[in-house]
Design a protein around this ligand. Structure first.
Ligand code: PLP
Length: 390
């Protein structure tokens, strides 16, 4: 992209062509199906809290959609990640390999367990964890002992690997899982952004031992706040439900809890919203794919690099992302578009630039730093009126 206001103005005009006049948010929720009806039914039933039929129904819908055998609904995606990491055996003093280019929740959740984050680089095409960077890290820094992996420098156990599918673009998860299998490291996929994204026809989040989803207000579907743990492992699924529902032993009236559990179960009200949103999800995905196709056409004509799903994968195109030429151009673009009512956002600051995680071990993060200076998200909602036409 040539750094002049003509090309910036073309981007603003293009966004207006898709999303219309007025302020254009980055991603807004759409409630044009049965959302209100299901919420009213839920209130009328009196079951508004964490016991209720909609929670189970929403879990079944997510399991059916993703192809995971089990789904356990939680209050948000961060809680789902926290529980999943604990279920995978992560505990105080362990290390968890993840990416520095992610939303803070990935890192916060592993910190809640008392584990230390170790950051490996991402790929420039997927914006997600690089299998090559992971291989280099494992081969040079990790030793295997008794079926487990240990960081040679710190002596700590590497208890999990948590890659993330950035903006819905599938990372090289099949290679990451194969590498981690070799080292006896369980993979927990942070699939918060990738509901509706596939690798070789298989839904993201079904490659690792466990995965987590988020239904925050800005995600592909929303329950207001909400999350989900998915897994094919029956024993883990049973423990996930137990851990997230205060670890209470079922009994007609006695309160017996056999461990320190969490009150992480999704309320029925939120699940009612989720059930209605699941009915709309196929339409959302088709419309978002069309928006992404139009962005691709525009970017091609303008000479702007657009992040696209790698070969053999399908993105849900949650948030479209362009890769600008420099930090200077990025800042000028952000200033120009936001100043004209078109909301755009830079990708997250690297975790290593935040106080809490600045001392964590990392591999240099060359691509992460390169992308941090250049990636900008563009408005990616389902446009007004599009549901009626789809
Ligand atoms: C949204 C998100 C989460 C979970 O967020 P919650 O707001 O707790 O539901 C986790 N990881 C990533 C990468 C996310 O984008």
């Amino acid at each position: 992209m040539i750094e002049n206001s003509a090309s910036f103005q073309a981007s603003v005009d293009f966004a207006r062509g898709i999303f219309g006049e007025g302020f254009i948010p980055l991603h807004r929720p759409v409630f044009e199906g049965n959302e209100k009806q299901y919420l009213i039914d839920c209130i009328d039933s009196n079951f508004v809290s964490s016991v209720g039929a909609r929670v189970t129904e929403f879990e079944q819908k997510i399991a059916a959609f993703t192809g995971a055998k089990y789904a356990i609904a939680t209050v948000n995606g961060t809680a789902a990640l926290h529980a999943a990491l604990q279920l995978a055996g992560v505990s105080r003093g362990d290390e968890v390999i993840t990416q520095a280019l992610t939303f803070i929740a990935t890192c916060n959740a592993l910190s809640y367990t008392g584990a230390h984050a170790v950051f490996v680089d991402v790929d420039r095409d997927t914006l997600g964890m690089s299998a090559d960077a992971l291989r280099r890290f494992l081969e040079s820094k990790v030793e295997r002992r008794g079926g487990q992996a240990f960081n040679k420098a710190t002596g700590r156990r590497i208890a999990a690997c948590a890659p993330m599918h950035t903006f819905g673009l599938p990372c090289r998860i099949e290679e990451i899982v194969a590498l981690c299998d070799d080292y006896g490291i369980p993979v927990i996929e942070d699939a918060a952004e990738s509901l509706g994204s596939y690798v070789g026809g298989r839904h993201t989040g079904t490659f690792g031992r466990l995965a987590t989803l988020s239904f925050n207000g800005n995600k592909v579907i929303t329950t207001g706040g909400g999350g989900m743990i998915i897994t094919d492992d029956e024993e883990l699924a049973i423990r996930a439900k137990h851990l997230t529902t205060t670890a209470k032993i079922p009994h007609p009236y006695e309160f017996v809890h056999d461990m320190t559990g969490y009150n992480y179960r999704m309320p029925n009200l939120n699940a009612a919203l989720g059930c209605a949103q699941m009915e709309e999800l196929p339409k959302f995905l088709a419309i978002k794919a069309e928006v992404a196709r139009r962005y691709a056409e525009f970017c091609e004509a303008q000479g702007i690099a657009l992040a696209q799903a790698r070969a053999g994968t399908v993105s849900n195109y949650w948030l479209n992302a362009i890769v600008l030429d420099s930090l200077k151009q990025r800042d000028a673009f952000l200033e120009y578009t936001n100043g004209r009512g078109v909301m755009t956002r830079p990708i997250w600051r690297l975790m290593t630039r935040l106080d809490m995680y600045k001392d964590c071990e990392h591999d240099g993060l060359e691509n992460s730093r390169w992308l941090e200076d250049r990636v900008v998200n563009l408005p990616s909602s389902v446009p007004d009126g599009a549901m009626g036409k789809a």
